[in-house]
Write a protein that binds this ligand. Sequence first.
Ligand SMILES: *Cc1c(COP(=O)(O)O)cnc(C)c1O
Length: 221
Amino acid sequence: MNAVDRFNDILRKVPSNVKIVAISKTRPIALIDELYTKTGHKVFGENRVQELELKHNLLPADINWHLIGHLQSNKLKFIAPYIAMIQSVDSFKLLLEINSEGIKCKRIIPCLLQFYIATEESKFGFTIDEVKRMLDEPSFWDLMNIDIQGVMGIATYSRDNELIRREFKTLYSYFNKIKTTYFDNIASFREISVGMTNDYELAIQEGSTIVRIGSGIFGEM
Ligand SMILES: *Cc1c(COP(=O)(O)O)cnc(C)c1O
């Protein structure tokens, strides 16, 4: 199967209310362009700013680019004018900087709060206590050029489905807690981005609204 067939296959398995972000990191421009042209899919994700910049400059302007990797604030200015969503927000400091860049380019930048849910040490993300502290801070609510639309998480890379399911449930419970305590009247806070090629069906069962699929579409690396 090629990328287009694999994409269409996944599209059939994913309920229509769940968004698919095609993770195109390390994939050639021509392959991304082919998927875009033959399927009309317009939502792609990258984890490195430099690569994102290159692809954004060469590919059609109506692609919605999501950033899914750890972001250094000095690179923010490059992507702020066009990024459709920064899924990988992992500190209050970064949010302040995203807000400042949003002001400069007169945009409200959609963001997700990335939570640390895996058992692996190396993964970035907030803890629930850090997020509560941030949201209890009145100055957070002065940030008018960011739009926090939900949460993101990366489960442990494992064959242990029960472990992964527990991590998905943890993220769902964080989402609920934050939603009811801080975003109850804010309809745009509604996304749970979790689930990748190996676990997206499980993730959707556990409430995921956005799945990030790379190798399932573009093939094994
Ligand atoms: C690479 C990546 C994905 C996609 O992983 P696949 O297993 O290839 O689907 C999803 N999310 C993040 C944060 C990634 O870095």
